[in-house]
Design a protein around this ligand. Structure first.
Ligand SMILES: [Zn+2]
Length: 202
């Protein structure tokens, strides 16, 4: 193989990998690859180094599925957090979002996705057996199912509820409704319907 062909295939490989990133097609992957090459020292090499180091050092917490540098993440090992509540989320990004508010001081459990027949994701692909095991711990009193209000999120919450309901714990679901500052006129029917069904006495 000539040097030129090897170089070509390196670039082609980079474009191929970039195009596998969510939201990127072949065209945007090409543009990104060229942008990286143009900014080799300020962006491309530090990015490559950062990706490599993150892949080497970040582990999935064996208890909850969160990402951290330790086998047991900083949330699971935080003695100040409430061990009696576990909030079940789809992904680590949801955990970050929940934790950013600072309102919740319990523990988490990251599923790593949702059940989806279309994408071939079954219960065995999600972090559900570990959740079952954690729920059986007598210290645990409540499980909050904080999956998204999408069809897959609801299906997943329903499935988990079915698995956990005989363990004698309090299983709750996040309330879905009208956002603060939301105007009825701008809401979709799904949101309005759920808000109507979850209405409370004034
Ligand atoms: Zn953890």
């Amino acid at each position: 193989m000539s040097k030129n062909t090897a170089m070509q295939s390196d670039l082609e490989n980079l474009i191929k990998y970039l195009s596998k990133l969510p939201g990127l097609g072949n065209r945007s992957a090409k543009r990104l690859a060229l942008h990286l090459l143009k900014n080799k020292t300020s962006l491309m090499l530090p990015l490559a180094e950062s990706i490599y180091r993150t892949a080497e050092n970040i582990k999935k917490c064996t208890e909850c599925g969160n990402y951290d540098t330790a086998e047991i993440c900083n949330i699971c090992s935080d003695a100040k957090r409430d061990n009696s509540i576990i909030c079940v989320v789809e992904d680590v990004a949801d955990l970050w979002a929940m934790d950013r508010s600072g309102m919740y001081r319990g523990k988490y459990h990251v599923l790593g996705g949702t059940l989806s027949a279309m994408d071939g994701v079954g219960p065995e692909d999600l972090n559900i057996p570990k959740l079952l095991q954690r729920t059986k711990n007598e210290e645990v009193k409540e499980i909050i199912l904080a999956t998204n209000a999408t069809v897959q999120g609801q299906t997943t919450a329903f499935y988990i509820n079915d698995k956990l309901k005989d363990l004698g714990k309090n299983i709750t679901r996040l309330a879905h409704g009208i956002p603060i500052g939301g105007e009825l006129d701008f809401l979709d029917e799904g949101t309005l319907n759920t808000a109507m069904q979850a209405r409370k006495a004034v």
